[in-house]
Design a protein around this ligand. Structure first.
Ligand code: PLP
Length: 400
């Protein structure tokens, strides 16, 4: 067992049971620091933040705000105020689709891509309906890569925002943000990065990237569910209206109105996911100590798994971009992905099968039952690949 694996009790538990967890794109396992901080929160330190006049609330508020600055440093944001806590990636995108409502005028256009997760389509569809906007989509080719040469066909003077995923959750493709963002900037188009799958794939630097907004979920970065982050450039604060109203986001309230607090408080109405934020902070500490991006080896694991899967006749890898990371999608010819997925799971390997909340992409690639997706994290090793290959072979014997 590697040093890194030792921090994840579930890995030890799974090993004892001869099982494997390869559904990290859905959510990651949690390290000891998360278990310990949540334990401490519930046993000794439950309180609300920004509200109490007591020692515990003060202490937790300090920890909560400290996580904000940890995230600022983690993604290299310029200011702490640019970090807004949300519930998840989904909430971050919904937030933007409401908060930016007044920024759009009738007939304006929003550009998405054909490989988006439903979370990065539905909120924009709803906004388009409310404000009479048009959605355009940058196409995907059969390898699962964006056809950037079509850029000029999908934008025009009315395009105001481009929201796209950094890494495809269905195929693992890394989209070239260093090419896409300058294209958008040149046309004055705001950029929203869905970084849900990107946080464990590479160290993001929002200043270098120069994106306008970026969203991610803590639970895909070893933190608990229920906490997420929205990064917004400070210069865009005046474009954003608070999308939720309530306690904690005001400086004054009368019976006829309110005065909003300064960002980020005005964007965090109600009680935030306090323990989730604290746990996210503990994860960042942990990853820093582990020198996470230096030691991660999921790229080699992915190649190993891909090579082994390719040896199985009838098996087809879906998504062949060389930029792919962490995610391996495949199908077994003439069998339904759910059947294949279920048999792999019965063999003790947790994977996901189906459309991965990317129905438009599955339709575009003519994958009527979707794909089977194995997704890797830094605590997976060769043994997980061996489990997977053996499970696929057993499943194939039954199915074909
Ligand atoms: C690319 C991408 N975007 C958005 C989401 C939604 O994330 P969440 O369910 O944490 O809000 C996911 C989740 O799998 C994802 O992979």
């Amino acid at each position: 067992m590697s040093e890194f694996q030792k921090y994840f009790p579930q890995i030890q538990y799974l090993r004892k049971k001869n099982r494997s967890y390869l559904d990290n794109a859905a959510t990651t396992l949690k390290p000891l620091c998360v278990i310990e901080i949540l334990n401490q929160f519930y046993r000794e330190k439950t309180a609300n933040v920004h509200r109490g006049d007591h020692y515990l609330s003060d202490e937790l508020t300090l920890m909560y705000e400290n996580t904000r600055s940890q995230i600022q440093h983690w993604i290299q944001a310029k200011n702490t105020e640019e970090i807004i806590f949300t519930k998840s990636t989904t909430e971050g995108i919904n937030f933007l689709s409401f908060a930016l409502e007044d920024f759009f005028q009738e007939n304006d256009e929003i550009l998405l891509t054909e490989m988006e997760h439903h979370s990065n389509i539905l909120p924009w569809q709803a906004l388009a309906k409310r404000k009479k906007l048009k959605l355009q989509f940058l196409p995907v080719d059969k390898n699962g890569e964006l056809v950037i040469s079509e850029w000029n066909k999908v934008i025009n003077k009315k395009t105001k925002l481009f929201a796209f995923t950094y890494y495809s959750n269905a195929l693992g493709t890394r989209n070239p943000i260093e090419e896409l963002i300058p294209l958008a900037k040149a046309e004055n188009i705001l950029t929203v990065i869905d970084a849900a799958q990107a946080m464990t794939a590479e160290q993001i630097n929002v200043q270098k990237t120069d994106c306008d907004f970026l969203v991610f979920s803590g639970h895909k970065l070893f933190a608990p569910t229920g906490v997420g982050v929205l990064y917004s450039k400070k210069t865009h604060f005046e474009k954003l209206k608070p999308w939720q109203l309530g306690g904690g986001m005001v400086t004054d309230v009368s019976l006829s109105g309110y005065e909003r607090a300064e960002p980020p408080q005005c964007f965090e109405a109600g009680t935030p996911p306090v323990e989730g934020v604290l746990a996210l902070g503990s994860v960042l500490d942990f990853l820093n100590k582990q020198n996470f991006f230096e030691t991660t080896k999921s790229k080699t694991l992915l190649s190993y798994a891909e090579e082994e899967l390719k040896k199985i006749s009838g098996l087809e890898i879906i998504g062949t971009s060389p930029t792919k990371k962490n995610i391996l999608s495949f199908i077994l010819k003439s069998s339904h992905c759910r059947d294949l997925g279920q048999l792999i799971s019965q063999a003790g390997v947790a994977i996901r099968s189906g459309h991965h909340c990317c129905l438009p992409l599955m339709k575009k690639l003519n994958l009527s039952s979707g794909t089977v997706r194995a997704s890797f994290a830094a605590y997976n090793d060769e043994k997980d690949v061996e489990f997977l290959i053996s499970a696929v072979k057993k499943a194939k014997e039954i199915l074909l």
